[in-house]
Design a protein around this ligand. Structure first.
Ligand code: NAD
Ligand code: UDP
Length: 320
């Protein structure tokens, strides 16, 4: 197949590019580089089955006939989408619509990268796909949450009214090599702080939870969904739930670091808990993750060691 990936220079988009090339497909990667980096694709410069186009998906595009479109373009870390608020809303609305129109033109299949943020600060735990969520529509995170919820509505509307062949993956916190060291996400922040011997910055008391999926597991789940006929949203994430404080302690164990854990203010509207119910992914896709957090952290160490030469991480997010 000839496949187009939006957001190909990002963390997940670049891993997806590698996985699809490894399956023998040709890939057109498009990205406006607002949060991603060509460094993530630098190993593909001599790959004849890969082409890169610098482009903002908020402008209509046509890069020729394709069989599949994977729509991954959007700022994704809280630090990025709080800096790029309007751009994030644009990517999730106009950008997703342009990607859907492009897929429609060539009758291509379509997979959209959605997020556990659609559940907001969830009142149902663990989160099943039929839970509608608890989102503050005007809070600081709304630029991301509502963009992603609008995208889901748009994808379902193209499916229902225009017979588009679509899929939606709700991705839970995913980590691994190529996470941008400076984008403020928790695993990258903690690993870099630990490797540098700097204080580990736990926001709030650290009792809030997340469920962390290693990137190869996440990509495997996404590929299985892409090959399925499942059109309603599917959670793909690791159901093992960690408090952020326990996650910090795991990072200290794995790195052998003597860094101190310190506490910083909890960002506004920071969700208290997150854990995917993956029954549907197990049943419909035969998928479940294999790599636990400790193993995944070890797999990331070399990448983050190499990135130590880069500028210090941002250790706090100003949300209002
Ligand atoms: P990332 O920031 O590394 O990658 C996003 C990519 O999209 C970047 O390369 C960026 O430059 C590009 N982009 C943004 N706006 C664009 C635009 N208008 N036009 C073209 N390119 C644009 O983030 P990521 O973690 O790889 O996330 C990829 C996708 O997965 C996002 O849609 C995100 O919402 C979703 N997601 C990720 C996670 C996670 O834990 N990593 C969790 C839930 C959802
Ligand atoms: N967090 C933290 N210290 C950091 C970065 C993040 O305690 O240096 C917390 C953050 O407040 C949140 C969790 O870790 O509760 C996950 O944050 P991240 O930005 O990775 O993703 P989110 O799930 O909030 O989108």
């Amino acid at each position: 197949m000839r496949i187009l990936i939006t957001g190909a220079a990002g963390f997940l988009g670049s891993h997806l590019t590698d996985a699809l090339l490894a399956e023998g497909h040709s890939v057109v990667g498009i990205d406006n580089l607002c949060t991603g980096s060509l460094e993530n694709l630098s190993h593909l410069t001599k790959e004849p089955r890969f082409e890169f186009r610098e482009h903002d998906i908020c402008q209509p595009f046509d890069f020729g006939r394709v069989d599949y479109v994977f729509n991954f373009a959007s700022p994704a870390s809280p630090q990025d989408y709080l800096r790029l608020g309007v751009e994030t809303l644009d990517a999730g609305s106009t950008g997703t619509r342009n990607a859907l129109e492009y897929a429609q033109k060539y009758q291509a299949r379509f997979l959209h990268a959605s997020t556990s943020e659609c559940y907001g600060d969830p009142a149902v735990h663990p989160q099943t796909e039929d839970y509608w969520g608890n989102v503050n529509p005007v809070g600081p995170r709304s630029v991301y949450d509502e963009a992603k919820r609008f995208s889901e509505a748009l994808v379902m509307a193209y499916h229902r009214y225009r017979k588009a062949d679509t899929r939606i993956v709700r991705i839970f916190n995913t980590y691994g090599p190529r996470l941008k060291p400076s984008d403020g996400r928790v695993i990258s922040n903690f690993l870099i702080q630990a490797l540098r011997g700097e204080d580990i910055t736990v926001y709030g008391d650290g009792s809030q939870s997340r469920s962390f999926c290693y990137v190869s597991d996440e990509i495997e789940g996404i590929l299985r969904l892409s090959q399925s006929e499942v059109h309603s949203p599917i959670n793909i994430g690791n159901p093992k739930e960690w408090t952020i404080l326990d996650c910090a302690k795991a990072v200290l164990r794995i790195t052998g670091s003597t860094s101190r854990i310190i506490h910083r203010p909890l960002p506004e509207d920071d969700p208290a808990q997150r854990k995917p119910d993956i029954s549907r992914a197990k049943e419909l896709l035969g998928w479940e993750p294999r790599i636990d957090l400790e193993t995944g952290l070890k797999l990331c160490l070399e990448y983050f060691r190499k990135s130590l030469a880069l500028p210090a991480v941002t250790d706090s997010v100003t949300l209002s």
